[in-house]
Design a binder for this molecule. Sequence first.
Ligand code: M6R
Length: 365
Amino acid sequence: GKGDFEHHMLKEIHEQPETLANTMRGRLSDADASAHFGGLNVDPQQLRRAKRIILTACGTSYHAAQVGEYLIEEFAQVPVEVEYASEFRYRNPPIDHDTIVIAISQSGETADTLAAVRESKRKGHMTLAICNVVGSSIARESDGGMYLHAGPEIGVASTKAFTSQVLTLAMFALHLGRLRNMSALQGARMIAEMRALPDHVREALGCDADARRIAEKYAHCTSFLYLGRQYLYPVALEGALKLKEISYAHAEGYPAAEMKHGPIALVDANTPSVFLALKGAIHEKAMSNLEEVKARRGPVIAVATAGDDVVARKADEVLYVPDVPDYLQPLVAVIPLQLLAYHVARLRGCDVDKPRNLAKSVTVE
Ligand code: M6R
C-alpha cells in the first residue's frame, strides 16, 4: 500500500534511503575492499580480460546506464558503450568476443531489452542483467546478473529503481576495478562513501517543502530545460523525463555546455532552466553556463551543494543536496528533480501514478 503517502510515486521517492541500503546489503566486503554479487556467475578471469562493455536499456534504465558508462570507465578503465535496446537489437555492430553485454531493466520484461539480450546471447557474448523483479524474463534469460533488491516499484515513473541501478553499477565498477587496476586503499574509500549514501539521500529528501514551493511558482510553464555536465548530464535527462511523463510539460535535458549551440534560443522569461550546479570538478564551467541563461532572462532553478551561497546569489531558486564525491552525485541530485516533477504534476492535476499513454512495463516493441 501507499501508507501515509498520497501516491505510490511519493512513497517510493521517500523510501530511497532504505532501498539503497537494501541494494548494498551483504555486498560490500572490507576484507578485500571490493563488492561481491551472489548471482553474477562470471569467472573473474573473464572480467579481467574484458575489453569492452555494452550497456543496453530503455527509458530511465537507459539514463542509469549512461551514469554507469562514466563509473565503469573511471574506476575500472574498461571502454563502455551505451545503446538503446530498441536500436541495439536491430544493428549489427562489430563486437569482439571479449565484450560483455549488460541489460538494465527494472521490470525485466521490457520487450526491446529482452530482445537485445536474446540477440546478444545468440552472438555468443557473455550477457548479464541488472533487474529489480526477481525471476523476470530478462533475469532468467541472462547468463548472470545483479538484482536491485529495491522492492516492488508501482508508480509508472521510475524513481527508487533508478537510484538502485546507479548504485549497483557503482558497486559493479568497484568489483571490476578491484579485479583489474584499483588499489585496496581506493576500494576501501569507495566502500565508506557508499555506506554513507543512505544518510545523504535522507538529507536530500529534506528539500521536499522547497521543491513544492518552487513547483507552485513554475507549474504553469509549458517548457523546461534541464542542464548538467559529466556525471550530472544523465541526471538532467532523467529529470526532464520525469517531468514530461507525469506532468505533460515539455522538458528537455542537455549537457549544459551544449546550450550555446542551439537550445539557448528557447530561453525566455517563461522557460525555466533546472541547473545541476553541484560542487566538483567542473563547477566553474557549469556556473558560467548558468550565467549565460540568466543573461537571457531565463528563470534558473539550481540544484546545489549545501552551503554554496554563490549559487544562491546567482539562481532564482535553489534546492540543496549534501556534499558527496562526484561519482555519487547522481544519487543525491536526482532526488530534488523527482520531487519537483511530482509536485508540478500534482498541481497540474495529473494522475501521478498512472500517467496517460504509459504502462509500467512496456511489452510491445
Ligand atoms: O522496466 P524497465 O526498466 O525496462 O523500463 C524501461 C522504461 O520503460 C522505463 O524506465 C520508463 O522510461 C519509465 N516510465 C520512466 O520513468
